[in-house]
Structures are given as C-alpha cells and as structure tokens.
Design a protein around this ligand. Sequence first.
Ligand code: FES
Length: 116
Amino acid sequence: MEISEFRHFGRLNDPDSCAVIKGVCSDEMEFHLVFQNDVIKDIRFYTDGCGHTGICGETAARLVAGKHIDKAMAISPAMVRKEIAYLTEDHIHCSILATMTLLKAIADYLYRKSIS
Ligand code: FES
C-alpha cells in the first residue's frame, strides 16, 4: 500500500477528539475523530514514522471508520496485524502505536462528552 492509497492520512481542522503518542521508536502517531451519535463519521491519522506505521494507521482507521464507539473500542494490534499479512515481527510495535493512539483519541472523546 502506497501513501497515495491512504484514504485517511492527514489531519482534521475541527475534530471532536484527538490524540498524539510517541512510540518506543520515537515516531509519532496522531488520530483525529469526528463523531455523530457515537458513530465515527470522519477519521484521519498522521505520522512521521516509517511506511509500516503509515500502513498500520490506515488499516486501523479503515477498521473503525463508520463504526459505533462500542465496536471501535474493540480495535487491537492483533486485528491490525491480521489485515497486514506482511507486517514483520520487527514492526509489530507499529501496530501497537497505531491502536494505542486511536484508543486514546476515543478516550478523549468519551472524556469530553462526560464533562460537556
Ligand atoms: Fe516507529 Fe514503525 S518504526 S512506529
């Protein structure tokens, strides 16, 4: 998968929630989410990391786009890895970074909702 094939690469100007995490390799991942009635209506990720990180971010985004938050919260590194057959052992941490950041963005949404 090339970066030009990423449908969810980039940032949103006015997301309902977002998160940034620096991975163990020092690469950063961001997720930006827009919700409607607890359904993910728009999603973008951004990373300065390697190609594997980008593919993991795009895969995680595709797995949760259009999903209710209850289903989206079930995202895991194993689900992402299952979709990317060629993700080698030395890049498993990329799938963990992508899913951790996505889950942190979901948590940010839940927190903001609870205090609004
Ligand atoms: Fe840093 Fe992929 S090598 S997250």
